[in-house]
Design a binder for this molecule. Structure first.
Ligand SMILES: Nc1nc2c(c(=O)[nH]1)N[C@H]1C(S)=C(S)[C@@H](COP(=O)(O)O)O[C@H]1N2
Ligand SMILES: [Mo]
Length: 411
């Protein structure tokens, strides 16, 4: 019980300022970011990244950028379980004006626009409403961008711009019902406490269709894995949009505007759009295609306990495991191929934590007597969508979901 007390009581504003103070002290602490380094093994490099513990409420993370912070989850974390710990959950912000502390007593969420009654809700108001909880994968649409060839600009992530958490909060639908959405409303646009660094630059915001916003799954979450949200993951409140890419999951959510016309802001009308083609794929240099906003997740699966650096003994029986997710629906099956994709064997699936969660998969494979053990893994979701054998390509580096491969040495 007492989530409300927990949120209101801890951390105190003073303690929070202290723990979050490092954000303000960035310039002063530079260049002492690194505790260690990691090699991301991306095509075309550069591959060396610093590992840092310099960010508040975060354990060791891969430093992709300092300001605004872009922190990737080290890959080993995904082998430890299907829930990604808060202190190693990835971080991505568009603009660098991010509050270093949020006063939970003064915090208000406004709900306005095409509604009968504009609202200004405190955290206590929200905490008094009925709660929902579900597990869901949060994945940046640019996750794995560093593998795009030819290379595209943007955060050169390996595969760690994703995570899975159990989210607790209140339904967006209930909040909208309180305000009373007027007839003719088409979209619900959310934004947070962060701001652009220069005047005239667009604030980060994203809309959902009214029907989607009211589907009963879209949630205003104040807890992640049973704890309050880390500041960098959106404390005190964030939107959770199960089955959709994370650009819709607005952090430090402070404003909800109901629109009576399609949203024309930059991040919907211009940014975060992809070709309306299979796998959002185009040819490098291609123009003139129709675009649509990045939206629902598509299936992916990964190896977590073996990499291209793994060596196995000749003839050994090797346990192979990983994680998968279905996208905007559940995982139907995860299959492994040890013969270049000619034949596929079903892996054993771990516990089902819910439609939108990571799911673990397991398999035992016998290594050959010499050479290499080449493996591929693919996920099919409950809609029958399967990962493609060929990587997609687009200029934004969005929506990669090609079948993953590893090559183990036998020696
Ligand atoms: N307020 C706010 N919310 C935001 C963003 C942002 O820049 N500002 N970035 C979005 C994008 S593109 C991603 S990938 C996720 C990252 O969430 P995380 O930092 O909790 O991993 O936040 C989303 N929500
Ligand atoms: Mo993102």
């Amino acid at each position: 019980m007492a989530v409300s007390e927990q949120i209101i009581r801890t951390p105190s504003r003073r303690r929070f300022l202290r723990s979050a103070g490092i954000l303000g002290g960035m310039a002063a602490t530079f260049p002492a970011w690194a505790d260690a380094f990691v090699d991301l093994d991306l095509p075309g490099g550069p591959n060396r990244r610093e590992l840092t513990t310099a960010f508040p409420q975060k354990a060791q993370m891969i430093l992709q950028r300092t300001r605004p912070p872009l922190l990737e989850t080290p890959w080993e974390v995904f082998d430890r379980g299907v829930f990604t710990p808060n202190d190693q959950f990835f971080v991505r912000w568009h603009w660098a004006v991010i509050p270093e502390a949020v006063d939970v007593a003064a915090f208000r969420l406004t709900v306005r626009g095409h509604v009968n009654q504009a609202l200004s809700l405190s955290l206590a108001d929200l905490l008094a409403m009925p709660r929902v909880e579900l597990a869901a994968v949060l994945q940046c649409s640019g996750n794995s961008r560093g593998f795009f060839q030819p290379r595209v600009p943007g955060g050169e992530w390996e595969n760690g711009a994703m995570g899975n958490a159990r989210w607790t909060g209140v339904r967006l639908r209930e909040v909208l019902d309180r305000a009373g959405v007027k007839a003719g409303a088409v979209a619900v646009r959310s934004s947070g406490l962060d701001n652009p660094v220069v005047a005239g630059a667009p604030k980060f915001m994203k809309p959902l269709d009214v029907d989607h916003a009211c589907d009963g799954e879209v949630m205003l979450a104040f807890q992640m894995n049973g704890e309050q949200l880390p500041l960098l993951n959106g404390f005190p409140l964030r939107l959770v949009v199960p089955g959709w890419y994370s650009d819709y999951w607005i952090k430090m959510l402070s404003d909800i505007e109901v629109l009576d016309a399609p949203d024309q802001n930059y991040f919907e009308a211009i940014g975060y759009r992809v070709a309306d083609t299979p796998h959002a794929s185009v040819k490098p240099g291609e123009t003139g295609f129709k675009t649509v906003p990045v939206s629902r997740l598509i299936p992916r699966s990964f190896f977590t306990n073996v990499t291209n650096d793994t060596t196995v003994k000749p003839g050994a029986v090797v346990p192979i495991r990983g994680i998968a997710f279905g996208g905007d629906c559940g995982v139907s099956e995860v299959e492994l191929s040890a013969d270049g994709g000619h034949s596929w064997q079903k892996t054993e699936l771990g516990r089902d934590e819910g439609t939108h969660s990571f799911r673990q998969w397991n398999m035992r494979i016998t290594a050959p007597q010499s050479g290499v053990l080449s493996l591929q893994v693919r996920c099919a979701n409950t809609k029958g969508e399967v990962q493609p054998a060929e990587p997609n390509w687009n200029g934004g580096g969005f929506m990669r979901n090609v079948i993953e491969r590893v090559q183990l040495k036998v020696a």
